[in-house]
Design a protein around this ligand. Structure first.
Ligand SMILES: [Zn+2]
Ligand SMILES: [Zn+2]
Length: 302
C-alpha cells in the first residue's frame, strides 16, 4: 500500500512517499518521512506487524517520521524485534535520535548497515536486493524478491512411481528424496521447475541511471518516483530526480509489469497530477499515479 505520494514536504491532502509491503504476516515499511504514522493509522494495517524499516537515504522527507513511528510501535507492544535497514549514515541518524530523545521501546531494535556499493539482505522468505542510485545524497533503490517456490507436483507421476498419497508426497514437495519399496524417488522426478517468487521494487530520488533498470527487471509491481512533468525536466536534472516520463521509459524498457508513480513535487496541486500520469502513460500504459491507501495485491505469477 502506498501511504503517500508526496516529495519534499507533507501537505494538506498529501502525505510523503512511503510504502507498506505485507508478506508472510509481516510489514516492511519503505521510507518514513514526517507524518507517515497518520496514513499508516488510516490504512487498516496492524501497526504491531511492522517488522522492518527500509530507508532509502539521508534526506528529511524520507526519515524524520522514524522516531514517532518507533514510539507508536512501542504502544502496540509487538512480540518481535524490529530492523532498521539502510546506509550507515541513515542508521546513525536513527540511533542518535533515539539516544537524544531517549524514548522507551517495548521491543529490540537492530540495525543493518547496507553497503553503498550495493548487495543483498536476506530476510525470512525473501531477499532484499539494493543498488546505489544517482541522487544529491547517497541513495539506495530496493527490490524485494520472494523466494522461489517448489515446482508443481505431478500426482500422476508420483502414482506411476508407486508413491501413494500421504506424508511421502509432502516430503517430495519439500525437496526430499524418499524410498518406496526399496527404490529411491527423487523430487525432480515428480516436481516441475521451481516457480519464481514475486518481486516488488521501490525506487525514489534519482536521476536516470543503469541501476534503475537492473532493479526493475522482471518486477511485478514497482513504486517509482515521477517527481516532475516534462516542462520542469531541467529542474529534475539539476536536483537529480526523475520526470514521470523518464520513470515510464524505465518501466517500459525493463518489462516491469506494473508501476505506480510517487514522490511528486509539491509545486503541483492534486488536480494537476493528471499531467504527470498522462505524460507517463504516453510512454507506457502499465504506469499510473499511486492512489494513497489503496491496496495493490501482487498475485502469484502461477
Ligand atoms: Zn525525497
Ligand atoms: Zn532526496
Amino acid at each position: 500500500m502506498v501511504l503517500g505520494l508526496g516529495g519534499m514536504m507533507p501537505m494538506p491532502g498529501r502525505f510523503l512517499t512511503a510504502v507498506t509491503l505485507r508478506h508472510r504476516g509481516q510489514i516492511t515499511l519503505f521510507d518514513c518521512g514526517e507524518g507517515t504514522q497518520v496514513p499508516l493509522k488510516s490504512s487498516g494495517f496492524g501497526i504491531g506487524r511492522l517488522s522492518r524499516f527500509v530507508l532509502s537515504h539521508l534526506h528529511a522527507d524520507h526519515l524524520t517520521g522514524v522516531p514517532g513511528m518507533l514510539m507508536l510501535l512501542a504502544q502496540a507492544e509487538p512480540d518481535h524485534d524490529v530492523q532498521i535497514i539502510g546506509l550507515p549514515e541513515v542508521n546513525r541518524y536513527v540511533r542518535t535520535t533515539r539516544r537524544i530523545l531517549h524514548f522507551y521501546l517495548s521491543y529490540d531494535l537492530h540495525y543493518s548497515n547496507l553497503d553503498p556499493a550495493g548487495g543483498s539482505w536476506r530476510g525470512d522468505g525473501f531477499t532484499l536486493h539494493y543498488r546505489l542510485l544517482d541522487h544529491t545524497a547517497p541513495t539506495l533503490g530496493f527490490a524485494y524478491e520472494e523466494d522461489a517456490r517448489p515446482g508443481r507436483f505431478y500426482v500422476e507421476r508420483a502414482q506411476e512411481l508407486g508413491v501413494a498419497e500421504g506424508p511421502l508426497w509432502g516430503r517430495l514437495q519439500r525437496g526430499e528424496t524418499v524410498s518406496v519399496r526399496g527404490a529411491k524417488v527423487r523430487p525432480e522426478q515428480v516436481l516441475g521447475e521451481p516457480r519464481r517468487g514475486r518481486k516488488f521494487v521501490y525506487i525514489t530520488d534519482t536521476a536516470p541511471c543503469e541501476n534503475i533498470m537492473e532493479l526493475l527487471r522482471g518486477a511485478d509491481l514497482a513504486v517509482i518516483e515521477g517527481m516532475f512533468a516534462e516542462e520542469h525536466a531541467a529542474e529534475a536534472a539539476e536536483k537529480k530526480h526523475l520526470t514521470a516520463r523518464q520513470a515510464a521509459e524505465f518501466v517500459r524498457d525493463s518489462g516491469c509489469a506494473r508501476a505506480l508513480l510517487g514522490h511528486v513535487s509539491p509545486r503541483y496541486k492534486n488536480n494537476e497530477l493528471a499531467v504527470l500520469e498522462d505524460e507517463a502513460r504516453g510512454v507506457c500504459d502499465r504506469v499510473s499515479l499511486a492512489q494513497p491507501l489503496q491496496r495493490y495485491e501482487i498475485v502469484l505469477p502461477d
